[in-house]
Design a protein around this ligand. Structure first.
Ligand SMILES: Nc1ncnc2c1ncn2[C@@H]1O[C@H](COP(=O)(O)OP(=O)(O)O)[C@@H](O)[C@H]1O
Ligand SMILES: N[C@@H](CCOP(=O)(O)O)C(=O)O
Length: 326
């Protein structure tokens, strides 16, 4: 459960007087999420999400995240909106943490996504990339290739506690990616964490995207790689090419990948798999016992790293080109 910071009813009621949300009727901690503390609020005017920003979120980045949600929503993307306070600010402070009240997005995330859902996610991802054009603020991806070694340095010595041989395998993988990471691909605003738990559906209809707290400027195709990794593998670790094909055709129905992006896809998938492996490994090793959060398994991403290492062409992901070739 991701509630790192407790709040009291009195503090919350006082905090909410700065917002046009009516009177608080009930609230509860949300048992999902990893990064921040989230609470579901019911008031006399409706339902809202209260987010207290925690550990990996740098307060200086919050104007980027909150401003981005506004920018995307204004351009027709379905995503939650941060509510302004009476003084016009989007951010307040509660229990010593930066805090925001966010509009409630209807829908549920899918526990068992199918190919048709992957297609919708591909379309929504590309729509986000297009809608992100013109967003004035910039944020470097702190968890791109330059951020992986610092994470690894903190976990490396204990990596073999998780699986024998991990230290050598991941060191070699990191070196390879640092040496071969693409130097120039189309860039823009990316979500960078569009996992199934960050996409809501109402029935089979995608109702919106949430959790923009890793969003940044980076290669657009890296976001595609994040989604292939998080949506198109089965629980047994196998890649589902039908889902991959659906995801990629959905993406390309809105924005066509360039030949350079197509060529780079296997490397981007390896990099994206390593990124989630490293943050999960760090949390696995460093989160104190008893913390109210469900730790995610780093080894799920080791399997994905190994799968991508063996890929020789983007066609193996299900990417269609004339004549069926990537
Ligand atoms: N705007 C929203 N509308 C409805 N539910 C939300 C909204 N934002 C967050 N949630 C709920 O909170 C959970 C955790 O949110 P998330 O942003 O993924 O947290 P974290 O940043 O900690 O990963 C989601 O799975 C969802 O249940
Ligand atoms: N998606 C990441 C962890 C970040 O969790 P989120 O709840 O912020 O989406 C992972 O699976 O490792």
């Amino acid at each position: 459960m991701a509630v790192y910071t407790d709040i009291t009813e009195d503090d919350l009621a006082r905090f909410l007087t700065a917002y046009d949300v009516g009177q608080l009727t009930s609230y509860k901690g949300i048992a999902e999420g990893v990064e921040n503390s989230n609470f579901l609020l019911h008031t006399t005017k409706g339902s809202y999400i209260l987010t207290l920003y925690e550990k990996r979120v740098n307060a200086g980045d919050l104007p980027f995240f909150l401003g981005l949600m506004h920018h995307l929503a204004e351009r027709g993307l379905s995503c939650p909106l941060p509510l302004p306070r009476a003084d016009g600010e989007l951010l307040g402070e509660l229990s010593g943490r930066p805090a925001a009240v966010i509009s409630f997005l209807e829908g549920m995330w899918l526990r068992k996504p199918e190919a048709k859902h992957c297609h919708e996610v591909g379309k929504a991802l590309a729509a986000m990339h297009v809608a992100g054009e013109g967003f004035a603020l910039k944020r470097t991806n702190a968890l791109s290739v330059g951020g992986w070694r610092p994470l690894w340095v903190n976990s490396e010595a204990r990596a073999d506690e998780v699986q024998a041989g991990l230290k050598d395998e991941i060191s070699a993988e990191l070196e390879h990616l640092e040496r071969h990471w693409p130097k120039s691909l189309p860039e823009g605003v990316i979500h960078a964490d569009l996992f199934p738990d960050n996409v809501f559906f109402l029935g089979d209809q995608l109702s919106g995207l949430i959790d923009f707290y890793f969003a940044c400027n980076d290669y657009l195709a890296y976001d595609v790689a994040v989604c292939l990794n998080s949506w198109c593998f089965e629980k047994n670790g196998s890649y589902n090419i039908t889902k991959g094909m659906a995801m990629l055709s959905g993406y390309e129905s809105v924005r066509k990948l360039t030949p350079a992006e197509v060529d780079a896809l296997p490397l981007l998938c390896r990099g994206s798999a390593l990124r989630f492996f490293l943050t999960r490994l760090y949390d696995w090793l460093m989160t104190p016992a008893g913390a109210l959060v469900v730790k995610k398994d780093p080894l799920e991403y080791l399997t994905k790293i190994r799968f991508h290492r063996a890929i020789t062409s983007s066609a193996e992901y299900g990417l269609r080109r004339d004549g069926g070739q990537a």
